[in-house]
Design a protein around this ligand. Structure first.
Ligand code: TLP
Length: 346
C-alpha cells in the first residue's frame, strides 16, 4: 500500500536531479571557506533573497537561533508572536543558550501582530526593564493557517522598528511559498528586514539545510554564532549542492502544492463532522477540526493511518495536513475519500 504522508513538507525526499548534484558536487573544507559548492550556493541564496551575504546552517531552528544570538546580547528582549514557531517549537533556544528574553504578543489569525501591540511592547529606558532589541516575524506563518504576510505589512513593521532603533528578523522557513502565493518576488518580502532565515528541507525538497541572509557584516558575525553552536560544517557542499538544485528547480512548482492544498480543503469542507474554512488556505498548509465528538482525534489519525494516509494531530481536535512535492491531485482525492469513509464509520 502506498503511503500518502501529509504530516509535513519536511518529509519530502530529494529529487533525482538533487541526488545527481550531490554525487557530482565539488567539495572542500567550509570552515576554511574552501568549499566551492557552499560558496556558490551562499552567493546564489543571498541574491535570491536580496541580501549581501548568506550562511548555510543545519536547520531552521539553528537559522533562527543564529540570527537571534547575532542580533541580541544577554538580557535583551525579542518581541515575537505567541503562535510563532520560534516561541513554540524551538526548545526555548534563545533563553537556554543566549540568556535572551522572549516577549510574546498575540498573533492575529492571519499571522500578523498588530502594530499597536508591537509598539506597546517596546520597552522604555527604565532600569527595571530588559532592553528591547529585535522583532521577529514569520512568513508563511505555520500555526496561522500557513498565511502569507504581504510586503506592505512587513515594511510597516520594519518602519516601526527603525523608529525605535530595533532590528527585524524574518523566519522565512517557507518564504518562497509566501512569494508564490502572493505573486511577488521573494525580495519584496525581505527588502526591509535585517535578517532572513529560510529552509531548503521543506517545500523545496532538499534533504537538509537552512540559510541565514543579511548584510556581509551581519553574516560575518552569524558565522561566529554558528561556530559557537557547533554548526561549522566541513564538506558541506553535499548539502549545498541539493540547495542549488532546490533554488533552481523547486520554487515555481510550489504553486502546485498550493493548488492541491485548496483541493484538499474544499474536499474536507464537504465531509460531515469535519470543520474547515477553505478560504483561509493560501499555501501548502491545511488545518481542520473535528466538529463533533463522534470519534476522538487520535482515532481519526489511527483509522486514516490504516488506509495509508498520515496527518498530524496538533490539538485535542485539530489536525494539520501539508501538501508537497510527491503529492499529486490524485493523492488528494484519495485522502478526501478516505477521510469521508472514516467519518462515516464513526
Ligand atoms: N516546522 C516543522 C515542525 O517543527 C513543526 C513543520 O513540520 O512545520 N520555522 C518554521 C516556520 C517552521 O515551520 C519550522 C519547522 C522551523 C522554523 C524549524 O525548522 P527545522 O525543523 O529545520 O529546525
Amino acid at each position: 500500500m502506498r503511503t500518502i504522508d501529509l504530516r509535513s513538507d519536511t518529509v519530502t525526499l530529494p529529487t533525482p536531479a538533487m541526488r545527481e548534484a550531490v554525487y557530482n558536487a565539488e567539495l572542500g573544507d567550509d570552515v576554511f571557506g574552501e568549499d566551492p559548492t557552499v560558496n556558490r550556493f551562499e552567493q546564489m541564496a543571498a541574491e535570491r533573497i536580496g541580501k549581501q551575504a548568506s550562511l548555510l546552517v543545519a536547520s531552521g531552528t539553528m537559522a533562527n537561533l543564529v540570527c537571534i544570538l547575532t542580533h541580541c546580547a544577554r538580557g535583551e528582549e525579542v518581541i515575537l508572536g505567541d503562535r510563532s514557531h520560534t516561541f513554540l517549537y524551538e526548545s526555548g533556544g534563545m533563553s537556554a543558550l543566549g540568556g535572551i528574553h522572549p516577549h510574546t504578543i498575540s498573533n492575529q489569525p492571519d499571522g500578523t501582530m498588530r502594530l499597536e501591540d508591537i509598539e506597546a511592547a517596546i520597552r522604555g529606558p527604565n532600569v527595571h526593564f530588559p532592553r528591547t532589541r529585535l522583532i521577529c516575524l514569520e512568513n508563511t506563518h505555520n500555526r496561522c493557517y500557513g498565511s502569507a504576510l504581504p510586503p506592505e505589512y512587513i515594511d510597516a513593521v520594519a518602519a516601526l522598528a527603525k523608529e525605535h532603533g530595533l532590528s527585524v528578523h524574518l523566519d522565512g522557513a517557507r518564504i518562497f511559498n509566501a512569494a508564490v502565493a502572493l505573486g511577488v518576488d521573494a525580495k519584496e518580502l525581505t527588502r526591509s528586514v535585517d535578517s532572513v532565515s529560510f529552509c531548503l528541507s521543506k517545500g523545496l525538497s532538499a534533504p537538509v539545510g537552512s540559510v541565514v541572509c543579511g548584510t556581509s557584516e551581519f553574516i560575518a558575525e552569524a558565522r561566529r554564532s554558528r561556530k559557537v553552536l557547533g554548526g561549522g560544517m566541513r564538506q558541506a557542499g553535499i548539502i549545498a549542492a541539493a540547495g542549488i538544485t532546490a533554488l533552481e528547480e523547486m520554487v515555481d512548482r510550489l504553486a502546485e502544492d498550493h493548488k492541491n492544498a485548496r483541493r484538499l480543503a474544499k474536499g474536507i469542507a464537504a465531509i460531515g463532522g469535519l470543520s474547515i474554512d477553505p478560504e483561509r488556505v493560501q499555501t501548502d498548509i491545511v488545518y481542520f477540526e473535528l466538529a463533533g465528538n463522534r470519534l476522538t482525534a487520535d482515532e481519526l489519525v489511527t483509522e486514516l493511518g490504516k488506509k495509508g494516509i498520515k496527518i498530524l494531530r496538533v490539538g485535542p481536535s485539530r489536525f494539520r495536513a501539508v501538501t508537497h512535492y510527491g503529492i499529486s491531485a490524485e493523492d488528494i482525492d484519495l485522502t478526501v475519500k478516505a477521510l469521508g469513509e472514516v467519518m462515516k464509520m464513526a
